[in-house]
Design a protein around this ligand. Sequence first.
Ligand SMILES: [Zn+2]
Length: 430
Amino acid sequence: MKLCLSDSSVRHSYFVDGLPVEAAMKSCRQLISRLLPLRKSSTLARVNASSGHVEVQEEQGSPLKYPQVWLRDNCQCAGCFHSATRARKSHWERGPLNIGVSQVGFNQEEQQLEVIWQDKHRSTFDIAWLRERDFGEAARKRYLQEVYKPPAQLWGKSDFEAVRREFQYQDVLQQKAVLKDWLEALAVQGFAILKGAPNDINVAKHLAKRIGYIKRTTYGDVFEVKSKPNAGNYAYLMTPLPLHTDMPYYEYKAGINILHTLVQSESKGGANTLTDGFYVASQLQKQHPQDFEVLRSVPVNWFDIGHDGDDSKPFHSLWRAPVICLDADGGFARVNQNTTKRDSRFSVSLEQAVSWYNAYDKFLAIAQSEAVEFKTQAGDVFVFNNLRMLHGRTAYEDAPGNKRHLVGAYVDWDIIYSKLRTLKFPNAKD
Ligand SMILES: [Zn+2]
């Protein structure tokens, strides 16, 4: 029979109950699989006797392994899972800890793992769905790197030309593929430069909207960087601006900084400085592990008191956090550094304060030795990860008819990663 079915010359020559034999066989197999859902097939399912995990062994590769409690927690049946909202319906009050597997099997016809539970509940799981949720190390790593966050590529001064990425402003606005590449560069290299933006104070706002939503701060929707009389912020002077991150005094610190150059200074200065704070932290960890530990653990008071403009509301921002913040996996999450926004109130012990200054000095020395310098031109938009990059500028002098003028805006990483995933996986369902 198998030979007949694979021979196209006779495939539709036989009929059963008016159906071509192939279709009849399929409905027959489906009927059998409904009657005998736990029959054996070339893919095998079993409960591992020692670990208790459910294992699915396909014809090739290592077995896929799942905890019983996870399978029950993620039962896809209509009673347990609301597919329209991709939401778990069951187990709201307590976890499904005490319900064990009674029987497992693999339905070859439907390509599904079938589970009968001790309380007689039945679950089925598509093999493709299971593969995507494999607990194996390689599969977990792949998901985290491809879907969660692209891994950062740390760089030092000598790598700058190799990691520098440029895009055309209009391409980012008009082409989804370029938008994706730009956001990926921000995630991986930590910065990128857009060329050819018009002489329009709304460019930074347009880019924020292209990603999703602008982040409003105490400095407004957008902020203008130019020398101002009665400046309320050190950035609004013509003095050199030391390497720093913006807004360390925010718990929800701005994710990226979009800096559009409308007018660049014709004086010698006004150049951008930039260094990869994660790279600096990694070098500190290698060269001075004890100092790294101090900067990772001692909280610093970051503050900002004032008001922006004459008519805006006064603010008093304050956030305590170390210079180097790690994530749940021990990776670099955020670097805080801003000499002008570091509070003279240092709410740690005398001993911690002294060891912190020693460690901080080493961090700054590496940051400065690894910093690059370049000067944006009118029409350039310099965009960088504000959780990672330290940026600054050299001193400059305005002249009549040449007043350096930048417009900036912020966007949060939650919004950026979300946009990036919708561009990479437009058909994602769960
Ligand atoms: Zn269920």
